[in-house]
Design a protein around this ligand. Structure first.
Ligand code: DGI
Ligand code: FE
Ligand code: FE
Length: 192
C-alpha cells in the first residue's frame, strides 16, 4: 500500500524525537524549494525528504540485521554506523511505506554519502539535508549561498565540510563520499 502524505508524516514523525522531526520538516521545505529552483519534481522531493531519516533512530543491531539479510551494501558494515540509516531508510521506505519509485528510493539511499552520477533528485535531497534552516555548522551559510547558484557547487562544499570534520576527528571516510565529491567537481569542470 502507498501511504498518503498525511499518513506518511504521522507515522514517520512518531519514529523520531521532536528535534529530528523538526530537522525533517526543514529538509522537506528546503527540498521543495530546491526542486522548484532546479526543475525536479517537488512532490517526489518532499516525499524523499519525509522519509530520508526514517531509520536514524533504529537500534544498531536492527540495522545490522537488515543489511545482512537483504540486498544492501555489505561494505557498510566496515564503515561508520551513522552511514547505515540511509540505505536502511530506503529499504524501509519500500518495505513499510510502499514506495516503489526508484528516484525517491535512491535519493534516500544516497542522502548521506552521495554517489557517482547523482541524479537531480539525489542532489536536491542531499543538499537540502545540509542546508535546512535548522542546520548550524561552520560553513553552512557559504553552502546556502552556493546552493542559490549551483546544486553541484553547494554539494562539493557540503561534502568538503563532512570530510574535513571526519579528518579532524581521525575518523574513517566512506569511499563513496569521496567518489561523490570528485564526480561533482568533474561535473562542474565539464560545465565551465
Ligand atoms: O542524518 P543526518 O544527521 O541528517 O545527516 P547525514 O545523513 O548526512 O548523516 C551525517 C552523519 O554521517 C555525520 O554524523 C557524519 C556521518 N558520517 C560518518 N562517516 C561518513 C559520514 N558521512 C559521510 N558523508 N561520509 C562518511 O564517510
Ligand atoms: Fe540522514
Ligand atoms: Fe537528515
Amino acid at each position: 500500500m502507498e501511504f498518503s502524505r498525511e499518513e506518511l508524516i504521522k507515522s514517520v514523525s512518531q519514529q523520531m524525537p521532536a528535534m529530528r522531526w523538526q530537522h525533517t520538516q526543514g529538509v522537506m521545505e528546503t527540498a521543495v524549494k530546491l526542486a522548484e529552483r532546479y526543475g525536479a519534481d517537488p512532490v517526489k522531493a518532499e516525499k524523499a525528504a519525509i522519509l530520508h531519516d526514517v531509520a536514524k533512530y533504529w537500534p544498531v543491531k536492527q540495522m545490522e540485521a537488515v543489511i545482512r539479510e537483504n540486498d544492501l551494501s555489505k561494505d557498510l558494515l566496515f564503515y561508520d554506523k551513522p552511514l547505515w540509516h540511509a540505505e536502511v531508510g530506503a529499504f524501509v521506505a519500500k518495505r513499510d511505506y510502499g514506495v516503489e519509485d526508484p528516484e525517491i528510493l535512491d535519493a534516500i539511499k544516497y542522502h548521506t554519502s552521495g554517489r557517482i552520477g547523482m541524479t537531480l533528485m539525489d542532489k536536491v535531497v542531499c543538499l537540502a539535508d545540509y542546508i535546512e534552516p535548522g542546520r548550524d555548522f561552520p560553513g553552512v551559510n557559504n553552502i546556502r549561498e552556493l546552493a542559490n547558484h549551483s546544486l553541484e557547487a553547494g554539494l562539493v562544499a557540503g561534502f568538503d565540510s563532512t570530510i574535513t570534520l571526519l579528518v579532524s576527528r581521525r575518523q574513517i571516510i566512506y569511499p563513496l563520499t569521496v567518489f561523490a565529491r570528485n564526480d561533482l567537481i568533474k561535473q562542474l569542470e565539464a560545465n565551465s
